[in-house]
Design a protein around this ligand. Structure first.
Ligand code: GAP
Length: 513
């Protein structure tokens, strides 16, 4: 199946099975804003729990906070967001559609990549088993031509983004002959900078209201509380502060479903360390975060690091953790060594000292910071894409199954009475009432057993048990495994022990140490 079709199916599946709905659906939606349904919220909460516990439970030098979305407006001046949190935008005069100039150029680079891959695929088909891909890539003149065009464009684009040089970005778009996908024309306006922060007013206008911003990242709430936490928690460097919360960005090009949203959630951890130790901590956090991702079992080949060529003015190292989505390798998490930029800026703008007194060296200094920042929604999308499977069964039927890691699955166990009579529903409810204290267990009696299995497969429930007439005598049930579809007869008294370990967040956390 084409990867584009896979993505469409994942999006449709999210809506059909209560994972994600467009916001304000009955009013035809609101651009790039989404709601999570009954299964989505459970999956999202499990992702958050996995992250939170891996940070706060497993590290005795990391604590959490929950700061407000509204913050003093000077914070955004100090952090640089008022002046520099911009995207370069360009309009097509014929379609009146607005685009991000950098995204148009990146799409053009991706088109060269596609052409190269198509050439290689054609040759593979032509030469069959004797195909030497490495040699073909190195010697084919057609591949060489496309690679040269791609590299030239990439270099020019990188240079233009340094400034950024807005006129040069427009010139690249014209020189590459990039057309508007709607009007098909090259009738482009100038490139302008567009600030991504949403603003609103606080207080009544009579008193003189204040323009405030909806936070575009949760990190600043951590920076401005760093000394409060350090002092009240008697924390010694190095230590971390973790936070999960909403962030808002007025994205110009909001697309690919929940990949780029205007309201989204971040899980951020700022790790404060002694100046000069930050590169060691950067490497350490890169390794820890990759382990966290790979513990989910989607296969190491689906992840990679993308080190940044172009660093933000405050960073001395940065990398992205990318996951192979149906639309290519995409950033899920950013790991940045942010130096002492943010804390120094807040010290300057607030006029208050936020230096750390180091009892070991008797010195005071502004700590350096290594940040790990992951989008909950993007993580959710990667989990859905990694789990979605369509399987052809031996009996000729097919099934859609979400092979979610057990610990993230919204429902862990479905208890199904074979028929709605003869005391089977009562027995099934008894099992639910016992197990629901330990993990999310549901009762289902509607439709045939086969249909009920399919519904549970589609929402990723790792286990189902069927209560039949024998159960009333032997106190055993048939336990069905979602992935293998194998069934085994087990005693009701053993269910908790068998299932709990495989579906608990603890089972994932244990893979991290
Ligand atoms: N504090 C650093 C920071 O915010 P970022 O790379 O802009 O860095 C971090 O964002 C993560 O937040 C991204 O890797 C992504 O997972 C998520 N994210 C950013 N913008 C997003 C958006 N518009 N929609 C969904 N997730 C987003």
């Amino acid at each position: 199946m084409a990867q584009e079709d896979v993505f469409k199916k994942v999006v449709a599946h999210c809506k059909e099975y209560g994972f994600v709905f467009p916001s304000s659906d009955i009013y035809d939606g609101l651009g790039a804003v989404y709601d999570y349904g009954q299964n989505g919220v459970e999956l999202k909460n499990n992702i958050k729990q996995y992250w939170w516990q891996s940070m706060v439970l497993l590290h005795d030098n990391i604590v959490g906070i929950d700061s407000a979305i509204f913050m003093h407006p000077t914070i955004w001046k100090a952090s640089g967001h008022v002046d520099a949190f911009n995207d370069p935008l360009i309009d097509n005069r014929d379609s009146k559609k607005r685009y991000r100039a950098d995204v148009l150029i990146e799409d053009q680079i991706a088109k060269y990549d596609e052409k190269i891959e198509k050439e290689v695929a054609k040759a593979r088909k032509r030469f069959g088993d004797s195909f030497d891909e490495e040699k073909y890539r190195a010697t084919s003149p057609r591949v060489a031509e496309e690679v040269a065009k791609r590299e030239a464009l990439h270099e020019r684009y990188k240079a233009a983004m340094q400034g950024p040089d807005l006129e040069e970005l427009r010139q690249i778009i014209l020189d590459e002959g990039i057309v508007c996908p709607i009007s098909g024309t090259r009738n482009w306006t100038e490139v302008r900078q567009f600030n991504l922060m949403f603003s609103t007013e606080m207080g009544s206008t009579a008193d003189g209201s204040m323009k405030i911003y909806l936070r575009p990242e949760t990190a600043q709430g951590i920076f401005v509380n760093y000394l409060n936490v350090q002092k009240t928690g008697r924390m010694k460097l190095p230590f971390g502060i973790a936070q999960i919360g909403k962030a808002f960005r007025n994205e110009i090009v909001a697309r690919q479903f929940i990949f780029r949203m205007r309201e989204f959630e971040q899980m951020e951890m700022q790790f404060f360390c002694k100046p000069g130790t930050e590169m060691d901590w950067f490497r350490n956090w890169k390794a820890q975060r990759m382990k966290w991702h790979q513990a989910l079992g989607f296969g190491a080949e689906n992840y990679r690091f993308h080190d940044h060529d172009k660093l933000a003015h405050y960073a001395n190292a940065a990398t992205d953790v990318e996951f192979l989505m149906p639309f290519g390798f995409k950033e899920v998490e950013g790991i940045h060594s942010r130096t002492n930029f943010d804390l120094s800026q807040h010290e300057k703008f607030s006029g208050k000292s936020i230096k750390y007194f180091d009892p070991e060296t008797n010195e005071s200094y502004v700590p350096y910071v290594v940040e790990t920042s992951i989008g909950v929604d993007r993580m959710f999308l990667s989990v859905m894409c990694g789990s979605y499977c369509e399987e052809q069964l031996e009996n000729g039927e097919s099934r859609v199954v979400l092979k979610l890691p057990g610990a993230l699955a919204p429902v862990k166990l479905a208890v199904l009475p074979l028929v709605k009579k003869d005391g089977l529903p009562e027995k099934a409810r008894e099992i639910v009432n016992d197990l629901k204290f330990h993990f999310n267990t549901i009762y289902e009696e509607k439709d045939s057993i086969g249909k009920r299995y399919r519904r549970q497969d589609a929402i990723g429930t790792p286990y189902c048990v069927t209560v039949d007439h024998d159960t009333l005598n032997d106190n055993c049930v048939t336990l069905r495994n979602r992935d293998t579809m194998e069934q085994e007869r087990v005693a009701i008294s053993e269910l908790r022990g068998i299932i709990e370990d495989r579906v608990s967040i603890t089972s994932l956390l244990k893979k991290l140490i």
